[in-house]
Ligand binder design. Structure first.
Ligand SMILES: [Fe+2]
Length: 159
């Protein structure tokens, strides 16, 4: 960890970095999963879903950036390597054979919900460290994840 003038003790920064890194790996997996859906969806609702998944991808890329930069601000090294992401992600693996729009929507909704649940647990863990800045970052990402889950699930209403 890098030295910093920040008034959060090293042990607290280390604990916060551990929480943030776990969610960074998930977020980077999400980034890839959203492109997987964007590229491979087919069917009558193609163009709307193709665009929806790219819009969610853009937001999720922002989540990864926010989490990584909090790690850097705390004096840590943000590990965005694909090998680390593959080894550390706690999200469901995307099924390569997914084709139909509803199946892509269900797959994306499942991982967004998983990510949101993990974030909600981390908010309380960060507050207990205590690192309110990290708790705020996690809250921000969690709120935005809930919104993306709503966008995706709204397409599944009535199906
Ligand atoms: Fe594209």
């Amino acid at each position: 960890m890098y030295a910093s003038r920040i008034d959060i003790p090293a042990h607290a920064r280390k604990a916060a970095i551990r929480l943030l890194q776990a969610r960074l790996s998930d977020a980077l997996d999400l980034v890839a999963q959203l492109k997987q859906a964007h590229w491979n969806v087919r069917g009558p609702a193609f163009i709307g879903l193709h665009q929806l998944f790219d819009a969610v991808h853009g937001d999720v890329e922002g989540f990864a950036d926010t989490l990584a930069e909090r790690i850097a601000a705390l004096g840590g090294i943000a590990d965005g390597r694909v090998q680390t992401t593959a080894a550390s992600t706690q999200l469901y693996r995307y099924a390569l054979e997914t084709v139909a729009g509803a199946d892509h929507l269900r797959a994306v909704a499942a991982v967004l919900a998983q990510f949101g649940k993990a974030l909600r647990g981390d908010i309380d863990a960060a507050a207990a460290i205590p690192d309110t800045g990290t708790a705020d970052v996690l809250t921000e990402v969690s709120r935005a994840t809930d919104k993306q889950l709503w966008f995706v699930e709204a397409h599944l209403s009535g199906t």
